[in-house]
Design a protein. Structure first.
Length: 233
């Protein structure tokens, strides 16, 4: 079976690694990013109706400032983020399927003033005309180089999971820096935007049918078992 390489930051890397191993995949975890908290200035809670959260990292890195908004409902990008927010004491207003824009499009009209808690690298959003978004950056994902051990694995056929466009770009840049051939590496991306960010020349590039970890793992499982095709999808 072709090995699966997981490069997302911790603790997500271990979570995906555990899920992949449970499905009998030959999975290896090599986080190519470290997440670090950033100082942030919480706004007046009275000026905010609800929180918009695109990553569980915001909740992990928000510190004591998050407690000021514990009474505010949360719009979460996906189930994992919603679960962590709920465990922290927040009420969940809505849960997306891995993308924030569809969540934003369904915001309760009563929640016109949103506080977006995000990372330094984040996707642009287009709020409805009646909605205003105040952003605060709570964390940064710092890239790490490909290790010698990972480089040795990538000298042979492998499937690499990509959870973000930033990860796709960084992985591609590292392969170029180390002169690692793309022709043996297949990429399983969480969505088409992430797949596009990886560039061309890979053995295959495939995007999950829905932008969440469950669908991505199912795609990676199929690619590892059946050897990915030669064309991008």
């Amino acid at each position: 079976m072709t090995p699966l390489v997981i490069i997302r930051p911790q603790p997500g890397c271990d979570a995906t690694l555990s899920a992949a191993t449970a499905t009998q995949l030959d999975a290896r975890g090599f986080p190519l990013f470290t997440v670090s908290p950033m100082a942030w200035d919480p706004p007046d809670p009275d000026t905010i109706d609800a929180l918009l959260i695109g990553s569980a990292n915001s909740l992990r890195c928000g510190g004591d400032g998050l407690q000021r908004f514990i009474e505010k409902p949360v719009y979460a990008v996906g189930r994992a983020t919603a679960d962590i927010a709920r465990d922290a004491g927040f009420t969940i207003a809505a849960v997306g399927d891995g993308q924030l824009q569809p969540v934003l499009d369904r915001i309760d009209p009563a929640h016109r003033r949103l506080l977006r808690l995000a990372g330094l690298e984040r996707v642009n959003l287009s709020p409805p005309a009646s909605i205003t978004i105040l952003e605060r950056v709570l964390y940064a994902s710092n890239p790490r180089p490909i290790s010698q051990e990972l480089a040795e694995i990538l000298a042979f056929p492998a499937v690499v999971m990509l959870h973000s466009a930033v990860a796709a770009q960084h992985f591609a840049a590292e392969c170029k820096r180390l002169n690692i051939s793309r022709e043996r590496i297949a990429l399983a991306a969480i969505g088409p935007r992430v797949a596009d960010a990886a560039g061309i020349g890979w053995q295959a590039v495939k995007a999950a049918k829905t932008p969440n970890d469950t669908a991505l793992l199912a795609l990676a499982h199929d690619m590892c078992q059946n050897r990915a095709g030669s064309s991008a999808e």
